[in-house]
Design a protein around this ligand. Structure first.
Ligand code: FAD
Length: 454
């Protein structure tokens, strides 16, 4: 059934149809799980992902803030997916006519893989806007290397400020600009303020130093697109911590020494963090696959029109939102996970196992971790702030994580009981995490030192 082979990944299991899932994030993991459950061992299930782990992205800001160690939010795909063949590599080319994928493995060697059904769950990457200097001077925030880089970078700025006698330079090093007030930017700022406050505590020379955090967005309010009550709650917490929440404003230009805002204000800074939305992966650019705003068009069954062998789900797919007719589902973990389960079920149905069903999920609410004991949440539409929201948020994440729960809980406990452990390890240098990288997941050489400025 599966077309012929070239390369090490091709080990056709005789007589069995093969389903390949591209992407091991929320959508891919749950697609693989559901599919395996539905088809038993009658179908070969292969998952290709650029890392050997599933990344629980909603807790990435806690890694940058020094609350969680990075391995806590990286869950082994092989351990979570018994019976599924996990291929570590990046899909570079999809040959729809011949149903074949070209893959580069972790050591940049080529592999070829044929398929009978293909599930595309490759997620998204940072959305770059054509603003001068942003690609060169801003840092993205989508994966572990970027979070580790940011944690070190913030620590380094405070340490350099402490050692510096030049007032202007000290001020610039103590100014942090985050663009994008969605859940990523909001959580990064919330964690960042707590991190810099903890760093300041052990540096008496910085006792009276003003440490500025600016949160910018062109939207009129924090957490645009979510329940406005969540946005108001988050806005209150951030302002109370001294964050300069500056809405309807973005960056007009970025340089090594600072940024110019769209209202003309110049801000001297060495830290620009780019959290502006998500751009779907470009895997299908130039192919005969219909797209909407770069996302693969699918019907309510997640099937790609004109390609009966193709299913797409998660951030990369333009899935009609059952709760908002005429609109597409937001790029959230909740949608991706549930779409993944429906995708697994519908692929199984296309091979003769069970019935397919449409994607019908309506949101169960949202949680936004604001660091310390603060959060904003609206479980089942009930708005919560403060400590109760914090408990709901932590509980939700523990339940939603597909593994490592005890390790995460222990890190949270240690963070509550002990002072922060603030050192920079320098494992990820700025040149290894370029904002305009198309590489998903990890840089090919995360420890490679570069001469690029930090
Ligand atoms: C910092 C951050 C915080 C977030 N917080 C929240 C939150 O609090 N709540 C919420 O609902 N959502 C949150 N989100 C959004 C949520 O994480 C995404 O909507 C969700 O991860 C989408 O799932 P997915 O499976 O489509 O993509 P992903 O989870 O991004 O997974 C895609 C996978 O595909 C792999 N991949 C990509 N291209 C290739 C390729 N060519 N070959 C092989 N593998 C490939 C990637 O390495 C990755 O493992 C957050 C996102 C970020 C970045």
């Amino acid at each position: 059934m599966t077309s012929g082979s070239t390369g090490a990944a091709e080990q056709v299991v005789a007589g069995k149809p093969r389903v390949v899932i591209v992407g091991g994030g929320f959508a891919g993991l749950f697609a693989a799980r559901t599919l395996r459950r539905k088809v038993g061992h009658e179908v070969e299930v292969v998952l290709v992902n650029s890392t050997d782990y599933f990344l629980y992205l909603p807790l990435l800001p806690e890694v940058a803030g020094g609350v969680l160690e990075p391995r806590r939010i990286a869950v082994s795909l092989a351990a979570r997916l018994p019976g599924v063949r996990v291929v570590l590599g990046e899909v570079r080319k999809v040959d729809l006519a011949n149903r074949r994928l070209t893959i580069r493995n972790a050591e940049d060697e080529p592999l070829e893989l044929g398929y009978d059904r293909l599930v595309i769950a490759a997620g998204g990457t940072d959305k770059l806007l054509p603003i001068p200097g942003v690609a060169e001077h801003a840092h993205g925030f989508r994966d572990i290397p970027e979070a580790l880089y940011l944690r070190d970078h913030i620590t380094r700025q405070i340490e350099l400020a402490d050692a510096c006698d030049d007032e202007a330079e000290r001020d610039a090093r103590c100014t942090f600009v985050v663009v994008g007030a969605g859940y990523t930017g909001t959580e990064v700022v919330a964690q960042g303020v707590l991190l810099t406050e903890a760093l300041r505590k052990s540096r008496p020379r910085l006792r009276d130093q003003r440490i500025r955090w600016l949160l910018l967005d062109l939207a009129p309010s924090v957490l645009p697109g979510l329940d406005p009550r969540l946005g108001r709650g988050a806005d209150r917490v951030l302002r109370k911590r001294g964050v300069e929440v500056t809405m309807k404003t973005s960056i007009a230009e970025a340089t090594r020494d600072g940024v110019r805002l769209t209202d003309g204000t110049e801000v001297a800074t060495r830290s620009l963090v780019w959290c502006v939305g998500v751009r779907p992966e470009t895997l299908f650019e130039g192919l005969d696959v219909p797209t909407v705003k770069g996302r693969v068009t699918v019907d309510e069954y997640l099937a790609v029109p004109g390609h009966p062998e193709l299913i797409a789900c998660g951030d990369i797919a333009a899935v009609p939102d059952p709760a908002r007719p005429g609109e597409l589902c937001a790029m959230t973990a909740q949608h991706a996970q549930r779409q993944g389960s429906v995708a697994g079920r519908n692929v199984a149905a296309s091979l003769g196992y069970g019935e397919r069903r449409p994607y019908l999920h309506r949101g169960l609410g949202f949680v936004v971790d604001l660091g310390g004991v603060k959060a904003a949440a609206n479980p089942l539409g009930i708005p919560l702030t403060g400590f109760l929201a914090f408990l709901v948020t932590r509980g939700y994440h523990l339940l939603a994580m597909p593994g490592n729960r005890i390790r995460v809980a222990v890190d949270w406990l240690l963070d509550a009981l002990l002072p922060k452990h603030n050192v920079q390890l320098g494992l990820v240098r700025s040149g290894a995490v370029p904002l305009d990288s198309a590489d998903p997941g990890i840089p090919t050489s995360p420890v490679r030192p570069t001469t690029t400025s930090t």
